[in-house]
Design a protein around this ligand. Structure first.
Ligand SMILES: Cc1cc2nc3c(=O)[nH]c(=O)nc-3n(C[C@H](O)[C@H](O)[C@H](O)COP(=O)(O)OP(=O)(O)OC[C@H]3O[C@@H](n4cnc5c(N)ncnc54)[C@H](O)[C@@H]3O)c2cc1C
Length: 487
């Protein structure tokens, strides 16, 4: 038997990666076992990317506390990890007196949760702030922001890896037994021995909990479909604009969210489904998104939609009840010794990722003596990229390394050097979507129509991944079967 690990984290979504980074502060041997071949296999790559303020969540809940805390920490954390974010503020717009009553109760709930910078604004102020947004009045939240969820997850994972955490991809947990005071974990084709396990399996956290002895939880998958709009409209929406939500549905209503790259997201819908990985998009829901989106943002046109996609919420409340249950972050030594379970981490999980991870450390520290490492390095830098620089600095960069002057993705100005950087570093891209989310290629207007074949060739040339073996994303998503003709 190899020397046992101290801690094995199951799942490399934003929660598993945040837990990994927080654990890497201590003298511990930590590994992350992820079912997918790369990062970005689950919900963390399929959401709105909003840094929520915390006025939607029930006062006194873990969700409310960890969301407010996460929002507060985001500026410092993203500075340490070199992740772009923007405190845009947010509008929840109202049209009639019923909406006004709801907004007032949201304002009150926000105040009870300790959310700073909330106020009601009238029509004139609303028009001044966001002329293209409809509505008679709005609740304005100054502390809300936006972040690139891919960059955030990647940065947490990279910083954890930099600090010694091992990531094992294509390693689904399929069996777990207690053996001589350790967990023997079957992950993919090998067995890991570990003193502790942290269940961060997202949509499968109920199944992983059961493998580890804790039964009684059920995740109800609830799909949210989106449209992504072209950058053309970006100047019209400087901040996220939401309708008054009907919390019973279990979502926040069809909203419009700008992304840091200048796109606009419309969605997500709220639909309970059978399969946790049923990420299909459907024509009736897409029509509904446009209809609902136009209520708040009348300039919306279908021709600006460049992509449709869906995320799935790991809800603990089923369709009969709807609404929200609190995050479950628990230890149950009686049935599941030395395991910390994180179950039902739906929105605002992205915002709360680091406080959730710190809650895990707190539970672990109840019985483990955790010794901080003097050499923990909290700083991570993303690769230098031509598109973030002015002309003079660009010229210097290209003179230094001509690969910065070779544009691969025209829509986003992604260069060969950007691709090379995403294929190296502590956690290099291993799939085409892994590459896309790290370097930003294939994410512009043409969605890869121009650069996808070039990226495939670069993955072969720079990372040695033969095209016949290259995966688009999940296991089995091969892009090529073989040659049709010799060229
Ligand atoms: C439509 C939508 C919009 C959202 N918008 C926001 C927002 O704007 N702001 C916000 O704060 N939050 C938002 N959220 C919530 C946020 O995205 C989630 O809370 C967060 O991404 C959950 O992260 P996770 O790591 O728990 O899950 P995931 O990202 O799903 O990661 C779990 C990982 O576990 C792996 N796994 C599963 N089973 C196993 C196994 N047996 N062995 C090994 N690995 C396994 C999976 O492959 C996956 O990679 C939104 C969610 C949705 C669905």
């Amino acid at each position: 038997m190899d020397r046992p690990l101290d801690i094995t984290i199951i799942g490399a979504g934003v929660i598993g990666c945040a837990v990994a980074r927080e654990l890497s502060r201590y003298h511990l041997r930590v590994a992350v076992a992820e079912a997918h071949p790369d990062l970005f296999g689950g919900t963390s790559a399929r959401n709105s990317g909003v840094i929520h303020a915390g006025f939607h969540n029930a006062p006194g809940s873990l969700m409310a506390r960890l969301c407010v805390e996460g929002n507060r920490l985001f500026s410092d954390l993203t500075a340490h990890l070199d992740v772009p974010m923007r405190r845009t503020g947010k509008l929840v717009v109202g049209f009639d007196e019923e909406d006004r009553a709801h907004l007032l109760s949201m304002l009150e709930r926000g105040r009870r949760n300790g959310v700073p910078g909330l106020k009601l604004m009238g029509r004139d102020e609303l028009r001044k702030l966001a002329p293209a947004v409809a509505g008679e009045f709005a609740l304005y939240s100054a502390s809300t922001g936006i972040v690139d969820p891919f960059q955030w997850t990647w940065a947490l994972a990279e910083n954890a890896a930099q600090n010694g955490v091992r990531f094992l991809f294509s390693s689904p947990l399929t069996a777990a037994v207690r053996q001589d005071g350790l967990w023997a974990l079957t992950v993919g084709s090998h067995t890991l021995y570990s003193r502790w396990v942290i269940n961060c399996a997202g949509l499968f956290s109920d199944k992983v909990a059961a493998l580890l002895g804790l039964t009684g939880y059920e995740i109800y998958p609830c799909r949210g479909e989106y449209f992504l709009l072209d950058e053309r409209l970006s100047s019209l929406l400087p901040l996220p604009a939401y309708p008054v939500p009907n919390y019973r549905t279990g979502g926040l209503g069809i909203h419009l969210t700008p992304t840091l790259e200048g796109n606009i997201l419309i969605g997500p819908s709220t639909e309970y489904i059978d399969g946790p990985t049923d990420w299909r998009t459907t024509a009736p829901t897409q029509d509904m998104l446009l209809r609902e989106g136009r209520r708040i943002f009348p300039s919306l046109s279908r021709s600006d939609c460049i992509r449709a996609f869906a995320g799935v919420r790991p809800k603990l409340t089923g369709p009969d009840r709807g609404g929200y249950d609190d995050f479950v972050i628990c230890r149950r030594e009686d049935v599941s010794p030395r395991v910390i379970h994180l179950i039902g981490i739906e929105s605002p999980g992205l915002t709360a990722s680091v406080p959730i991870a710190r809650e895990v450390i707190r539970l672990l520290g109840l019985t483990e003596s955790l010794v901080e490492r003097a050499d923990f390095d909290p700083i991570r830098q993303r690769p230098m990229s031509l598109r973030h620089l002015g002309p003079a600095a660009q010229a210097r960069l290209i003179a230094d390394n001509p690969d910065h002057g070779e544009i691969v993705c025209r829509c986003r100005t992604i260069t060969r050097a950007d691709v090379a950087a995403a294929l190296s570093g502590p956690l290099p891209a291993r799939t085409l979507t892994g590459l896309k989310y790290r370097c930003g290629a294939m994410m512009g207007r043409c969605q890869g129509g121009y650069c996808q074949t070039r990226l495939v060739a670069l993955m072969e040339e720079l990372a040695g991944i033969p095209r016949e073996q290259l995966l688009y994303g999940p296991a089995g998503s091969r892009l090529f079967a073989g040659k049709v003709r010799d060229v």
